[in-house]
Design a protein around this ligand. Structure first.
Ligand code: NAD
Ligand code: INS
Length: 339
């Protein structure tokens, strides 16, 4: 079966995922595109050989759409995801699932009422080969119990529209999701402190930020978010256990020796760093839709948890660095035992 995907939100990542679905992943075709910017929807649909539809609701209802991809602005995600659930159609929603915990819970409740999982959230790091190798090592138990995780999430620069809360909401949210999954543990508190700010930032932004999370089993996570580091896009992660540690590999790169120096190129863009992860994410999602099985990627519960934890981090930042306990509901059995 070829899965006919309708895409809501034809901006930067929507267009990249359309390319992925049409040129990289087999078994899928994009049949419809909708965007509040109808001119953009028409242009992107024409390029993809799809039909532009006037609204997200029309797209979800279309008989030519088997599954929905939501890549609109975050505040518009919940409405489209709820429409897809009401129509009983599988829906892949880029992060965040919704911008408020209340909206995430509405989605969780609607999906539970439907009776089977329809929603996958776009946390692509779970599909990255390096993180998957780390998960494999941790699951053998050979490192003993995890105790500490050291992480860094660095972007070369960010635009002026990027504000201090986005360090948690837009950037650290990737570590929050992947670490819940990697450690198979829940994050129960967040603290955000700010060292001396870099002069290479827009004045309104607190950058860098150091985030400290604690999990239910007592693991401490320190995460440096530094989004104007200048030198490149750099993701670091090291889990220290009782009997050893495991470290995320840097992307494979040739070694260059010249002018009395030896080095490798540092990637500049998250799209390049996680290109393979995005491809795998969509391959596996399309395969699950084609097979009529539940998606295996991040669930709407994971989307809810990520929003609750980023809210706690933003509250800590705004409160000058005090530790904030997350206010998370108990996990329903519907979503299994593990993160
Ligand atoms: N997984 C990742 O690493 C990753 C990376 C980048 C962006 N994202 C997420 O993808 C989403 C889109 O980001 P982007 O960078 O492509 O943004 P963008 O601004 O380039 O595109 C968003 C598009 O959504 C459209 N839109 C807004 N409201 C809409 C609505 N109600 N119905 C239909 N269309 C609507 C806009 O007109 C625009 O074309 C965001 O939620 C963002 O967080 C995820
Ligand atoms: O939206 C982007 C994207 O999610 C990247 O993976 C992250 O590194 C950036 O900080 C964020 O702004």
């Amino acid at each position: 079966m070829t899965v006919r995907v309708g895409v809501i939100g034809a901006g930067m990542i929507g267009q990249d995922h359309i390319r992925r679905l049409t040129e990289v992943v087999t078994g899928a075709t994009v049949t419809a595109v909708a965007d509040v910017d109808t001119g953009r929807a028409a242009e992107v649909a024409a390029r993809a050989g799809a039909t532009a539809l006037p609204s997200g609701a029309d797209l979800v209802a279309s008989p030519d759409v088997d599954a929905v991809l939501v890549t609109s602005w975050g505040p518009a995600h919940a409405e489209h995801v709820l429409n897809a659930i009401a129509a009983g159609k599988p829906v892949f929603c880029e992060k965040p699932l919704a911008t408020t915990a209340e909206d995430c819970l509405r989605i969780v409740e609607a999906e539970r009422a439907h009776g089977r999982r329809l929603v996958q959230v776009g946390f692509m790091r779970r599909f990255d080969a390096g993180y998957r190798q780390m998960k494999e090592v941790l699951s053998t138990g050979s490192l003993g119990a995890p105790l500490i995780v050291h992480c860094a999430h660095r972007n070369p620069t960010v635009p002026e529209s990027y504000h201090s809360a986005m360090a948690a909401q837009d950037t650290a949210v990737h570590e929050i999701d992947v670490l819940r999954w990697l450690l198979d543990d829940e994050i129960v508190s967040a603290q955000v402190v700010t060292p001396r700010a870099t002069s290479r930032r827009f004045a309104h932004l607190k950058d860098p930020q150091i985030m400290i999370f604690e999990t239910a089993s007592g693991v401490r996570i320190d995460l440096e978010v530094f989004v104007n580091c200048q030198y490149g896009y750099d993701i670091q992660c090291e889990v220290v256990g009782e009997d050893g540690l495991v470290r995320l590999p840097d992307p494979a790169a040739v070694g260059i020796r010249t002018a009395a120096r030896h080095g490798t190129v540092v990637l500049q863009d998250w799209k390049d760093r996680f290109a393979d992860a995005f491809d795998t994410e969509f391959r596996e999602w399309v395969a699950s839709v084609a097979a009529g099985t539940e998606p295996t990627g991040p669930s709407s519960w994971d989307g809810y948890a990520a929003t609750v934890i980023t809210d706690a981090a933003v509250r800590s930042l705004e409160a000058g660095g005090e530790t904030v306990t997350t206010d998370m509901k108990p996990r329903p059995a519907f979503y299994g035992d593990t993160a």
